[in-house]
Write a protein that binds this ligand. Structure first.
Ligand code: ADP
Ligand code: MG
Length: 430
C-alpha cells in the first residue's frame, strides 16, 4: 500500500514526499479511507503509530477539494506541547498547499493570548486547541466556529483522564450539529465510548494492537534497590552510543533531586517538569530536538505525545504508577520505524507494579544482572512479601492512588488558568 492509493490531493502527496513518508502505517491505512468517506470514527492505536497523519491527511485533502470560509476543522488536544506538535505536523503536510492552521493553548504571557486572539480573528482553516484555552476564547466571542466541518479529539483518553469532559461538552455545544467527529486515542477505556455516544450518531471503529510497545523497542529491567540506582544509571549514561536520552521519575521532587545528583557527578542534564513556564519548556524541547541537550530528566508530563526523533534511550528511574504510563514513557523512543532501548529500574517496592506492566504488554521484560561491584539487587521472584524498607509499599496497593487522579497530575495546561481544583495534587506529581 502506498499513499497514492488514497488518491490524495497532489499537493499533499508532494508534502508527504518532502517529509519522507512512503508507506502509510496500519492505523493510517485503516482510518484514512473512513475519514475520506465523511464517517464518524473512533480510532485506537498505541503511541508512535502515526495517528496525527491519520486524521490530518484526509481532512486536509477534503479541505483542498472545497475550501470554505472560516474555521473548517477543530483539533482538541490535552496539552500545549501536543497542540504545538500537531500544528507543526500540519505545517509540514500542508507546505505545498494554501491551507492554514493555528495552535491555541494556555500558559505563556498576556502577549501570547493577544497573538493567538489576533490569529484566530483573522481566521485559519484548522484550529488546534487545548480545551481550557479554547473555552476562554469562545467566551469572549473571539472565535467563530459556525462553519466547522470536522471535530477531531486527539488523545481522547488522556483528555478524559485529565477531567476535560465538561469542557469538551461545552465546546461541542457551540459547534454546528452537522459535522464529522473523529476520536483518536491510545487506549479505549469505557468512557471513550460513552463520550462518543453523547456526541455523535453512529460511528466506525478501528483499533490496532492496544497498549503494546512498538516492536523496535528493546526493553530491559534491572532489579535495583534505591541506593544502587544512581551508580547503575551513571554506568549506563557513560555508554556513548546513547546520543539522546530521557530519564523519567514519577514526581517533580524526584526529578529535581535526581538532576541535582547527576549534575554533581558531572553529567550535563536538563530537567523538564511543571515548574518550568511555557517558554522555558519550548526552548528546552527545541534544544533537545536539535540534540544540543543529551539528557532530559522529566516527569510523566514528558511521556505523552511528545514526538522527538532519534531518542535512543529511555530510562525509567522508577516504575510508573500506572502500567499504561510505562507504554507511553517507553514510546518516546523508537518512534515510527526506528529502534531504541528502554531500561527500567525496579526496586523491591515496585516489583508487583512491574509485574502488572508485563501483564499489560503481554511480555516478560528481560532482567539484566547488576554490575558486580553494585552487589545484589532485590529478587524479582519473591515479590509478595511486604517489605518495610523506607516508606513501605509505595502507592501500588492503595485504592484511589492508581486511579485516574494520577493522570491529572500531568496536566499542565490548566495550571495557568487556575481553573483546576486539583492543582495541589497536580503539583506534587509533575
Ligand atoms: P501517535 O500520534 O500515534 O503517537 P505520531 O503521529 O506522533 O504518532 O507519529 C509518530 C512519528 O511517526 C512521527 O515522527 C511521524 O512523523 C512519524 N510517521 C507517522 N506516519 C508515518 C509514515 N507513514 N511514514 C513515516 N513516518 C511516519
Ligand atoms: Mg498522537
Amino acid at each position: 500500500m502506498n499513499f497514492r492509493d488514497f488518491k490524495l490531493h497532489p499537493q499533499l502527496l508532494e508534502g508527504l514526499d518532502a517529509m519522507g513518508f512512503e508507506k502509510p502505517t496500519p492505523i493510517q491505512e485503516k482510518a484514512i479511507p473512513i475519514i475520506l468517506e465523511n464517517k464518524n470514527l473512533i480510532a485506537c492505536a498505541q503511541t508512535g503509530t502515526g495517528k496525527t497523519a491519520a486524521f490530518i491527511l484526509p481532512v486536509l485533502h477534503k479541505l483542498l477539494q472545497h475550501k470554505n470560509k472560516g474555521v473548517n476543522t477543530l483539533v482538541l488536544a490535552p496539552t500545549r506541547e501536543l497542540a504545538m506538535q500537531i500544528d507543526q505536523q500540519i505545517e509540514g503536510f500542508s507546505y505545498f498547499t494554501n491551507a492554514t492552521s493555528i495552535a491555541v493553548y494556555g500558559g505563556g504571557d498576556g502577549q501570547t493570548f493577544v497573538t493567538q486572539q489576533r490569529a484566530l480573528r483573522s481566521g485559519a482553516d484548522i484550529v488546534i486547541a487545548t480545551p481550557g484555552r479554547l473555552i476562554s476564547f469562545l467566551g469572549s466571542k473571539k472565535v467563530d466556529l459556525s462553519s466547522l466541518e470536522h471535530l477531531i479529539m486527539d488523545e481522547a483518553d488522556r483528555m478524559l483522564d485529565m477531567g476535560f469532559y465538561d469542557d469538551i461538552m461545552k465546546i461541542i455545544s457551540k459547534l454546528p450539529k452537522k459535522r464529522q467527529n473523529l476520536l483518536f486515542s491510545a487506549t479505549m477505556p469505557p468512557n471513550i465510548r460513552k463520550l462518543a455516544k453523547n456526541i455523535m450518531d453512529g460511528y466506525e471503529e478501528v483499533s490496532i494492537a492496544i497498549s503494546k510497545p512498538a516492536e523496535g523497542i528493546v526493553q530491559q529491567a534491572y532489579m535495583a534497590y534505591d541506593n544502587q540506582k544512581d551508580q547503575l544509571l551513571g554506568g549506563i549514561l557513560k555508554n556513548n552510543d546513547f546520543k539522546s536520552i530521557i530519564i523519567f521519575a514519577s514526581t517533580k521532587e524526584k526529578v529535581k533531586n535526581l538532576s541535582r545528583r547527576l549534575k554533581n557527578s558531572g553529567e550535563e542534564v536538563r530537567q523538564f517538569h511543571s515548574d518550568l513556564d511555557q517558554k522555558e519548556r519550548e526552548k528546552l524541547m527545541q534544544k533537545f530536538k536539535a540534540k544540543q541537550v543529551r539528557i532530559l530528566v522529566g516527569t510523566d508530563i514528558l511521556s505523552r505525545g511528545i514526538d522527538v526523533e532519534g531518542i535512543d534511550l529511555v530510562v525509567n528511574y522508577d516504575v510508573p504508577p500506572d502500567p499504561e504510563d510505562y507504554v507511553h514513557r517507553i514510546g518516546r523512543t523508537a518512534r515510527a520505524e526506528s529502534t531504541g532501548t528502554a531500561i527500567t529500574f525496579v526496586n523491591d517496592n515496585d516489583i508487583k507494579r512491574f509485574k502488572e506492566i508485563e501483564k499489560l504488554i503481554e511480555k516478560e521484560v528481560p532482567k539484566i544482572s547488576l554490575p558486580e561491584k553494585l552487589g545484589k539487587g532485590p529478587d524479582y521472584h519473591s515479590s509478595n512479601r511486604r517489605t518495610s524498607s523506607g516508606r513501605g509499599r509505595g502507592r501500588s496497593n492503595k485504592p484511589g492512588n492508581r486511579r485516574k487522579g494520577n493522570y491529572r497530575g500531568k496536566n499542565n495546561d490548566r495550571n495557568s488558568s487556575g481553573r483546576n481544583k486539583r492543582s495541589s495534587q497536580r503539583n506534587k506529581r509533575s
